[in-house]
Structures are given as C-alpha cells and as structure tokens.
Design a binder for this molecule. Structure first.
Ligand code: NAP
Length: 403
C-alpha cells in the first residue's frame, strides 16, 4: 500500500504531471487555476518573479528558462508580438511541446499563422495549436456556459495526443483538426462572431422572406388584382403571424432532417467509420441553433397571437414547442405537422384558396416536415432499425473501408 502511495506521490510530482505556462496574464492565470483544480502542478514562467495576489495559490513562478525545464508541455499564454524572446530559449525548448493559444486582432493579420510563426522561431520544438477558442473568462467561470470544444492541430501526433489528454482532463472536448496548416483557420475562427449561428440565421432569414412574399402575393396582391379589394391591412399582423409558425415548423423539420439523411448514408455505406459529406457535417453541427431559432419563432407567434383574437391552435403550437428539444422531438414534429394538417385540411384541396395556382403557404410548409416524418417511419421499421443500430454499434459491411 505504501509503495502504491509512493508511486502516486511520484506521479503527481513528475514532469508529466507538471504544466508550464509562459505569461501570467488573463489567460495564463485562468488556465493555471483550472489545471490546478484538476490535479496538475503548475509552474509559471514570467518576466517578473514577484508573486501577485492574482495568481492562484499553489503555483510556482520563476523565470521563463527555469520554468521551461520543469515540464515537457509549455503553454504560451503570451501574444505573438512577444514571441521573439523564445529564440534565446531554443536550447531549452528543444523537443518540448509548445502549445500556441494565441489569437489575432484581425482575420489573416499575418501572412503565416501564429503557430507556424512559432514553429519557425523554435524549429526543434513540437508546436501544437489549441485552446485559442476557449476564453479566459469561461475557464474562470468553470466552463459552465461555454462551448467545450477545443480545436487542436499540429504536425506531431504524439504531442497532439498529450495536449488532447490535458484538454480532456479539464473537462473539455478536444477535436483533432489535422496538421499545423490548419492553425490559420483556427485563429480566424475565433474572430468570427457566433460561427455556428451563421448558417441557421441565413436559413431562417431566407425562409421568412420567402414565406412572407409568398403570403403577400397570395393574400394581398392576388385579391387586389382579381377582386379589386385592398387587403394590405393583413400585412402587419395576420401575414406576419402566419409566417412565424410556418418558419418555425420548417426549421423544426430541418433539425431532424440531417440525422435522417445521415442514417440513410450509413445504411448505404454499411459503416459508420466514414466521414459524412462536409455539407451534412455542417448541417448536423448547427441543429441546436436551428432548434433554438424555431423555438424563438414559436414564441413570436405566441406573442403576436395575443394581439389578435386568441385562437385555439396557438396553445397547440406553444405547448408542442416546449418539448421540441427533448427526446420527444420527433413526436413534437409529428404533433405540429398533424395540427397543421388538421387546421388547414379544408384549404389544401379547395381550389378557391389557390391564387394563380399557388397552393396556400400552410400547404407548402408541410413539405419538409412530412418528408422527414415519412423517412423517419421508414427508418424505424424493425428490419431497417436493426441494421442501423448494428452499424452504429460498429458493425461494417466491408471492414476494409476502415483502412
Ligand atoms: P495578457 O493578459 O496581456 O497577458 C500576456 C502575458 O504575456 C503578460 O502578462 C506577460 O506575462 C507575457 N509577456 C511576455 N513577454 C511580454 C512582453 N514583451 N510584453 C508584454 N507581455 C509579455 O494577455 P492574455 O489575455 O492572457 O492572452 C495571452 C494569449 O492568450 C494571447 O495570445 C491571446 O490571444 C490568447 N488567448 C487569450 C484569451 C483570453 O480570453 N484572454 C482567449 C484565448 C486565447 P508576464 O508579465 O508574466 O511575463
């Protein structure tokens, strides 16, 4: 037992369990604090060795050269502009893993990425780009409401693995992005505002504009030309309030459609070990955002409905959406679609509601949800479901694909 304890003690104080951080600024301090919490020894390299009250208790602080010798992983929590002093330490940094966390002020600010620049400055070190999309603030606040993804890239796979292990121990989700060539992209990524929201945002704007103009043509322009009546008063409330639930239902269907396409792709390929096409990957990654926007539209619909005579179906929509992000998502989609079908049944097949042969907007809004539901019913038939489950558990039709 004592031998075991001694081993544990030894491990705790070995180089493997020690992480060196260069720079005692905001990011260095926050990362150091988090590393201490998960059981690492933390050594700070700094220009000044005076301990400051801002530094977490339990860390050591020394000059850059001395600190570098204490660990095989060194996180550079300093700005690229100050990297030059590292050339003087190159004999100490030889063979060490240098983690570049830096970002820039502007997209493509320098001809080469910061990580590539670092690799040129210290050619015998193993540079890994990581943590640049994690903020000092989120580290300090316990990562509770922040994205947990850490994009990692580098040319040496062992060094990448070491850094990914650290990220995992911090409770983050490391994602290997490839070689150091990708570093520039990762640095730019941090400068994009809400990157995962962009696609859902454009899709929602596009759908809103489409259905708004569609309703405008069928409800206002058509009646004004054909019957000479002015229905423009519908624009402000009625049409807008018709567009919200339509877009909401369509977005909700778009949340589930990529999962269904992915299932068909896996069934066709007979394996889960091949990457999905890029567009499908992107779509799958923004499902949460699509769902949240759908929920937002449903709320707008509820608010709008309060300012026109209350209709029974409002409560339907509202209640349905409250469970839309749970496991019952498909059931919610089914209910919402059924509700639209029941509510609009009389309009769908009545030619009087077709303006210039254009079906009512409610009919159009059912195309994607119905497609999703039909495909889902197909996927849950026992024989297909069994096969898909096997694939998702690792079975392969032709295992050679893996090589
Ligand atoms: P910061 O507060 O300004 O700290 C930078 C540290 O660099 C200084 O505290 C200093 O530490 C060190 N340094 C070394 N040489 C220096 C020199 N010649 N002049 C000035 N400082 C020098 O910056 P930060 O916010 O911690 O950011 C550090 C790095 O992390 C940057 O590359 C940034 O892009 C990246 N990053 C930051 C965040 C964030 O949320 N803050 C998030 C992701 C990535 P000593 O005084 O101890 O030497």
């Amino acid at each position: 037992m004592d031998v075991e304890m001694a081993d544990i003690e030894k491990t705790i104080h070995t180089k493997e369990n020690t992480i060196c951080i260069f720079g005692t600024g905001d990011f260095g301090r926050s990362l150091g604090y988090k590393l201490l919490q998960v059981g690492y020894n933390v050594v700070f390299g700094s220009r000044s060795q005076d301990s400051t009250p801002l530094l977490p208790k339990g860390v050591e602080i020394m000059d850059y050269g001395e600190a570098a010798q204490r660990s095989s992983i060194i996180v550079l929590a300093i700005h690229r502009e100050h990297y030059y002093f590292l050339t003087n330490l190159s004999h100490i940094l030889n063979g060490k893993v240098l983690v570049d966390v830096s970002n820039n002020q502007k997209v493509n600010q320098y001809p080469e990425s910061n990580a590539q620049f670092l690799a040129q400055l210290v050619p015998n070190a193993k540079v890994v780009k990581a943590f640049n999309t994690v903020s000092a603030w989120s580290l300090q606040s316990g990562l509770l409401d922040a994205s947990r993804q850490v994009f990692v890239c580098g040319d040496d796979s062992n060094s990448k693995r070491l850094v990914m292990d650290v990220a995992c121990r911090l409770g983050l989700t490391p994602l290997d992005q490839g070689s150091l060539l990708v570093a520039g992209e990762l640095e730019n990524y941090a400068l994009h505002l809400f990157p995962m929201w962009r696609l859902p945002f454009f899709i929602s704007i596009g759908l809103t504009a489409f259905f708004f103009f569609y309703c405008l043509i069928t409800d206002v322009i058509y009646t004004s030309i054909k019957e000479g009546k002015d229905y423009s008063f519908l624009i402000a409330v009625s049409i807008t309030n018709r567009v919200f639930p339509i877009v909401s239902l369509t977005l909700l269907a778009l949340v589930y459609l990529p999962g269904i396409i992915a299932a068909f792709v896996q069934l066709y390929r007979g394996t889960k070990y091949r990457r999905f096409p890029h567009w499908l990957d992107r779509w799958m990654l923004c499902r949460k955002q699509l769902g949240l926007i759908a929920l937002g539209y449903a709320f707008l619909h509820a608010i709008y409905t309060l300012i026109i005579p209350i209709r029974v179906y409002v409560r339907w929509w509202h209640n349905n959406y409250l469970i839309s992000q749970s496991k019952l998502g498909h059931v919610t989609l089914l209910f919402c679609t059924a509700h639209t079908l029941i509510y609009g049944w009389n309009y769908f097949f009545d030619i009087h509601y077709y303006a210039w042969c254009l079906p009512p907007a409610g009919t159009l809004s059912l195309i994607i949800p119905c497609t999703v539901l039909v495909l889902k019913f197909f996927l849950i038939t026992p024989c297909i479901d069994r096969k898909l489950t096997k694939i998702r558990q690792g079975w392969e039709r032709s295992p050679k694909h893996r090589k």
